[in-house]
Write a protein of this length. Structure first.
Length: 254
């Protein structure tokens, strides 16, 4: 039996999709969030992004994190906002992470395969992943990222093995360690770029200035990052503009 963390367990706060959708679904597409993180907080970040974008809560049917944990999204019998033109006829599994950059973990891949097999047995969707989001008709996207997209044939082979009776591999995540908040590790500020406000950050250790987009900032907040005092009051930080602020990321207690 596949363990799926329910909406109540991870703390859903918004709507269950945009209305009913028929079963079984004709198509099953794989997506990625671009945001990073694990656990309930990462799922709530995904929900908030969907709510801000489409006013319907989580956009995806299920989500899987890098530890292999599976989360209920908008609900199997509900319509999401994931695959334009096919939201009623398709369902979506989203992998939490940016797989244009990151390699998918074995736990992530195994849990996706187990979820696909479980859903097929339950009559939810086809026997295999139809493809990645980029493979949907009319899609103009790189989703689910080049590394995860390249893994789809292997995922589908693994689904076939599970459906044929092969034993599943354990994917239950280890217990989440207690965390504490380290000293500020990042300075974040806004400045105008092409007539709009953009968000930039400097990693204090690397000293590299880079632009960050909303999904990454949401992921930092969702991971439990803590805003610290104004950088002028902290030795070693040199803010480039007024209004910059410091951020500390949670780390495991030693």
């Amino acid at each position: 039996m596949v363990a799926i963390r329910t909406r109540e367990q991870w703390g859903a706060r918004h709507d269950r999709g945009a209305g009913p959708a028929p079963l079984p679904a004709e198509f099953l597409y794989l997506h990625h969030t671009v945001t990073r993180g694990t656990g309930d907080a990462a799922m709530r970040t995904i929900e908030q992004i969907g709510e801000d974008s489409f006013d319907r809560g989580v956009s995806y049917t299920f989500a899987v994190d890098t530890l292999g944990a599976i989360y209920e999204g908008h609900g199997i019998e509900r319509r999401g906002a994931h695959t334009r033109g096919l939201n009623s006829r398709a369902r979506a599994i989203v992998a939490i992470g940016n797989y244009d950059v990151d390699q998918p973990t074995p736990a992530l891949l195994e849990s996706i395969a187990q979820l696909v097999a479980h859903g097929h047995r339950a009559g939810w969707w086809p026997r295999h992943l139809t493809g990645g989001h980029r493979d949907a008709p009319g899609a103009a996207t790189a989703c689910p990222g080049r590394h995860l997209h390249a893994a789809i044939p292997a995922i589908n082979r693994r689904v076939g093995q599970i459906l044929a009776g092969a034993p599943t591999r354990p994917t239950t995540p280890a217990a989440t360690p207690a965390t504490t908040h380290q000293e500020p590790t990042m300075m974040i500020w806004r400045e105008p770029v092409a007539s709009r406000a953009a968000v930039f950050a400097v990693d204090h250790a690397a000293g590299a200035r880079r632009r960050i987009e909303r999904p990454e900032l949401d992921a930092i907040v969702g991971a439990g990052g803590v805003r610290h005092q104004d950088p002028q009051a902290k030795a070693g930080w040199q803010p480039p503009v007024a209004g910059a602020w410091l951020y500390g990321i949670p780390v495991a207690k030693s």
